[in-house]
Design a protein around this ligand. Structure first.
Ligand code: HEC
Ligand code: HEC
Length: 143
């Protein structure tokens, strides 16, 4: 017999001889109770739109986005957020509040004209909000 075939035969006979009882011992952590009372799906809330900027909770917090953003595409070719949050050439102001210097500074401390790679995917840090009761209370205080 070739070594590979010999190994396969050995493995197969191993499985065949495996005691059936060892499989039966696997138990679900949830127990065997049937789910009789499933919770209703939560209501789908809308993101708040065009509200005042939201107060920051702690220093260095990426400010929360006070408007909806699901339709603002961010990919290699375009970044819709920049249309409002970036100063255009020749204009003093952006359409909205402009990004801080940190967004144009790379890890080595060099300044760039465009947001650096680590700040390109805005929604990684800036998230929109819904106006809903928190699911779980918390006692965080910034001071
Ligand atoms: C059509 C214009 C427009 C686009 C596009 C846009 N924003 Fe805004 N954004 C605003 C306006 C207006 C405000 C509120 C006033 C302000 O801060 O200038 C704002 C506020 C914000 C703030 C709050 C700033 C602060 O200091 O509290 C964040 C964060 C933000 N936007 C992130 C984003 C992100 C991320 C995207 C892309 C997914 C985006 N915005 C796309 C217009 C826009
Ligand atoms: C890695 C996290 C991160 C990413 C990605 C990021 N930001 Fe920020 N952003 C921050 C933090 C932290 C602050 C607050 C401190 C600061 O200004 O650096 C901030 C501040 C801002 C502000 C408020 C500036 C001010 O002076 O009040 C705007 C507007 C903003 N970001 C927009 C954007 C946009 C648009 C993008 C995408 C091109 C983006 N950010 C990507 C973390 C991030």
């Amino acid at each position: 017999m070739k070594p590979a075939i010999r190994l396969a035969t050995l493995l197969l006979s191993g499985i065949a001889l495996w005691p059936a009882s060892s499989f039966a011992e696997v138990k679900s952590l949830a127990g065997v109770n049937p789910i009789t009372n499933p919770l209703a799906a939560p209501k789908i809330e809308r993101f708040i739109n065009d509200k005042e900027n939201i107060e920051r909770t702690f220093e260095q917090q990426p400010p929360l986005t006070p408007h909806r953003n699901e339709r603002y595409t961010i990919n290699l070719k375009e970044n819709k957020c920049l249309e409002c949050h970036m100063k255009e050439e020749g204009k003093e102001e952006a359409k909205s509040v402009a990004m801080g210097e940190s967004h144009f500074t790379d890890r080595a401390g060099n300044k760039h004209d465009k947001p650096v790679g680590a700040r390109y995917f805005c929604t990684q840090c800036h998230v929109p909000q819904i106006d809903a009761e928190p699911l779980i209370g918390n006692h965080f205080s910034p001071k």
